[in-house]
Design a protein around this ligand. Sequence first.
Ligand SMILES: NC(=O)c1ccc[n+]([C@@H]2O[C@H](COP(=O)([O-])OP(=O)(O)OC[C@H]3O[C@@H](n4cnc5c(N)ncnc54)[C@H](OP(=O)(O)O)[C@@H]3O)[C@@H](O)[C@H]2O)c1
Length: 317
Amino acid sequence: MTKKVFITGVAGYIGGSVTARLVEAGYQVRGLTRHESNIDKLKAIGIDAVVGDLEDSELLKDCADKADIVINAADSDNQKVVETLLGALKDSDKLFIHTSGSSIVSDRANGQKSGKKYDESIYDRNSYFCPDPLKESRFAIDKMILQAAQNNLRTAVICPCLIYGKGSGLKSESQQIPNLVNEAIESGIAKCIGRGENVWSTVHIDDVAALFLKVLELAPQGGVFLFAENGETTFKFIAETIRSALKIAAPVAPWAVEEASSKLGYGAAVFALGSNSRVLGVKSRSLGWQPTRTNLAEDIGRTCAQACGSLQTRETI
Ligand SMILES: NC(=O)c1ccc[n+]([C@@H]2O[C@H](COP(=O)([O-])OP(=O)(O)OC[C@H]3O[C@@H](n4cnc5c(N)ncnc54)[C@H](OP(=O)(O)O)[C@@H]3O)[C@@H](O)[C@H]2O)c1
């Protein structure tokens, strides 16, 4: 029988790419979006769109009740949505997959390198790992999901790091690299926070989507936390690659945290661009997930070309 999946964030970068794979694999997909204008676009790729907001708990409960599998890909930090969905799925033996993000292990390095790497054991009961105070709530949501597996349901938290690559849903671009590309285009200078020696793990969006499919296929018992990563990069490397792709003559320059914060918000500047977030997907690989993509530099070039193309289109209109 065809399995029914309900997914939040269906029009987003991660949710859209996961959904494309689900449709390809023969799942019947219903997805939440806030925009009526997405209905026809989603229908055209085989998705039944539900228009609504994450705040609409009754709608979420109804959609979760009617599905065999529920995926939350809209917001890693929204506790209420997670509580609503877990409540609806209690005692159902259904699978709930939540999307987290590896900034749970981010530090406040301001562009300095750290040697610390974390694997999935940070979520073990006896782990001493303590996230930064501003990341405690995300960490607590993930833990709540893992513990909810005691209520006769299957739960998985998939935690990607810096995702790159062209998304295969309605939204094709990710967050961290496009933000740096846009800043380089606007200011004419490729930038990184401080010296840019800070390191993040990286993963291609196709490999992230493949991990979601792997978990759906296996539907493991209990609660599992999985990092999605396949390599690492420094932000200096990202900035140098952007500089070269955009043919900027000026050297890479430091971007002050205060300035980056005023453009992108404090969390994005400190925890997404200036931090270290080095993770190891040991458990995810033990499930048989085999990420294959490693074309970060080439893809930064694609993102730059895409951003310049959109700019030209806007200027011509
Ligand atoms: N991209 C990355 O590198 C990355 C890595 C790790 C973790 N994450 C986290 O994973 C989550 C999804 O990331 P993403 O890159 O896919 O973001 P995204 O492209 O912005 O997609 C999120 C989608 O969620 C939907 N959404 C947001 N708020 C909503 C609300 N109140 N009600 C209904 N729908 C809502 C939006 O859909 P509509 O516009 O259709 O309403 C949006 O398209 C985020 O929390 C992000 O921080 C991202």
